[in-house]
Design a protein around this ligand. Structure first.
Ligand SMILES: [Zn+2]
Ligand SMILES: [Zn+2]
Length: 239
């Protein structure tokens, strides 16, 4: 038996207490592990709360979060409008037809869209589905095949050529373009299929090789986007 003085005993107990305090508590492994996705859940809740707070502000759609400065766009109906007096639900979320339409894009601010400028009345004919092909001296670039492209009407009117259009449809669209002054506007959009191999045409007395771009799914905007100057080739517009 080891005899200890009081000082030795206190010192021994002190060390034991000190040692005990340093000893990490054993926690079952199951409790040490954080539930999977714990961090993400917290994050989701935070995002949701801030979104709900934002939605209480007037002029923010409670479904998509669009605002006056960052509206939604539909290729036929144009930009969204408020569907209720509270101004917290936009038309493109409220109306089933619009919300389910694949041609509705929410919160378009900063988004970039391809545009093709076309002489009138061909631009109008394209969006009204009265022109089967677009004729160009260049091939439609690969990245635009099957993509929706805006059709922009230039200031210039052009003459009828039986090689490229049907007379009655040309005359009808020509009249509309003149009467309603449809120029420097985006009239709607179409999808172009892959260009067909070039064929020779005689344009203004000169032989010209032209590619045929098949026109698919034309959509005319109810209200054109006005005051937009035209550009060459396929250009981009940013909302
Ligand atoms: Zn909305
Ligand atoms: Zn909207």
């Amino acid at each position: 038996m080891v005899l200890m003085t009081t000082t030795e005993l206190l010192h021994f107990v002190g060390i034991r207490i000190f040692w005990l305090n340093l000893t990490p508590k054993l926690i079952p492994i199951s409790k040490q592990m954080k539930p999977v996705g714990h961090g993400n859940e917290e994050r989701k809740i935070k995002v949701k709360l801030s979104f709900e707070r934002k939605c209480k502000m007037k002029g923010v759609c409670k479904v998509c979060g669009c605002t006056w400065n960052n509206p939604c766009f539909n290729h036929q109906h144009g930009f969204c409008w408020w569907a209720n007096k509270e101004q917290d639900l936009c038309s493109h979320c409220a109306e089933e037809l619009l919300s389910k339409d694949p041609n509705t894009i929410h919160c378009v601010n900063g988004m970039v869209f391809p545009v093709l400028s076309v002489h009138q009345p061909y631009a109008l004919m394209l969006v009204e589905g009265k022109k089967e092909f677009e004729y160009r001296s260049w091939k439609l670039p690969k990245q635009y095949i099957g993509k929706r492209i805006f059709i922009h009407a230039t200031r210039t009117l052009t003459y009828f050529d039986p090689q490229f259009a049907e007379k009655a449809a040309f005359d009808e669209c020509d009249q509309k373009a003149i009467v309603y002054n449809l120029n420097s506007m985006i009239l709607g959009s179409v999808i172009f299929d892959e260009s067909q191999e070039p064929t020779e045409y005689i344009v203004e007395g000169q032989p010209k090789q032209l590619y045929k771009w098949p026109v698919l799914e034309p959509i005319k905007l109810i209200k054109p986007l006005a005051n937009i100057p035209g550009k060459q080739r396929i250009w981009k517009i940013q909302f």
